[in-house]
Ligand binder design. Structure first.
Ligand code: PMP
Length: 283
């Protein structure tokens, strides 16, 4: 596939960065994953705004204005073959001549984009739901930043894979935070619940879309802190992300969620999400 590295479009297998790059040595960088449907990037402005916010928080000057980012992203999409894509974008604090925790005096950021075919969950996962495990959230206290330092998230994801599951649902101090690479929603007695944005979770673009859809369709919902015990007695549990969209969780730690089948509100939300995607793509 075709990628972008520091101003050049080139085959992915020919792209090279320095081993001194701080993205490699320290995980010092920010990233985004943007879903593309029928060659239209979904919620592009929101992804570019979240990148801007992560870069500002890690004190890495944004190398591009929003219109420049949009142009590079569109070019990467155009140069790849798939109609539906997942565009990965990363900005690191570049290379220095010595390994030094302190920032380089002159920062030349490494800007990298690549694209893959977008693979959304297969039909059997939507129809049956997926099994998840839980774990203590041992990540740092800036989970609101989308940085490339993802070792904790990788360990937490592998914890699920090792048990034949797809995702790990995280609890910190007795409260639900999110998944290793997704946000979590639950339903109890017809009310959709999800935790409020804070430094303990990533502000998901899909999370925002789901809440907007709940508002526009008049679905009862509450954004508030959720106890672990409430999650364990939920009627429905969903995970949301740009690539998973809205996916029902039907088992947690080997116990059925609700009646063990995908619930009606999750299925409704998934349908609204698909409609919303399609109307945005046509406009
Ligand atoms: N939380 C974490 C930790 C994530 O990595 C992701 C996916 N990047 C999400 C939530 C979901 O975010 P989005 O809806 O923007 O894909």
């Amino acid at each position: 596939s075709l990628c972008y590295l520091n101003g050049r479009y080139q085959p992915l297998d020919e792209a090279r960065v320095s081993p001194m790059d701080r993205g490699f040595l320290f995980g010092d960088g920010a990233y985004e994953v943007i879903p593309v449907y029928s060659r239209h990037p979904f919620r592009l402005e929101e992804h570019v705004a979240r990148l801007e916010s992560t870069l500002a928080s890690i004190r890495l000057p944004n190398p591009h204005r929003p219109d420049e980012w949009a142009a590079i992203i569109r070019e990467v999409i155009d140069r790849n073959v798939w109609e539906d894509q997942s565009v990965y974008l990363q900005v690191s604090r570049g290379a220095d001549d010595k390994r030094n925790h302190a920032f380089p005096k002159v920062v030349r950021p490494t800007v990298f984009l690549m694209s893959e075919q977008l693979i959304t969950p297969p039909d059997y996962q939507r129809e049956e739901g997926v099994a998840c495990v839980s774990a203590a959230d041992f990540r740092w206290l800036r989970c609101d930043l989308k940085t490339v330092a993802l070792l904790a998230n990788c360990l937490l994801r592998q914890h699920a894979i090792d048990q034949g599951c797809v995702e790990t649902v995280l609890f910190r101090d007795g409260f639900l935070t999110e998944g290793s690479s997704s946000n979590i929603f639950m339903v109890k007695d017809g009310v959709v619940l999800t935790p409020p944005k804070s430094h303990l979770m990533l502000p998901g673009i899909t999370y925002d879309v789901v809440l907007e859809l709940a508002v526009s369709h008049g679905l009862k919902h509450e954004v508030r802190e959720i106890l672990e015990d409430e999650v364990r007695h939920a009627d429905e549990l969903w995970m949301t992300s740009s690539t998973k969209e809205v996916l029902p969780i039907t088992r947690l730690d080997d116990k059925a969620v609700g009646n063990g089948r995908p619930g009606p509100l999750g299925q409704q939300m998934y349908a609204w999400y698909q409609d919303f995607k399609n109307t945005v793509m046509r406009s």
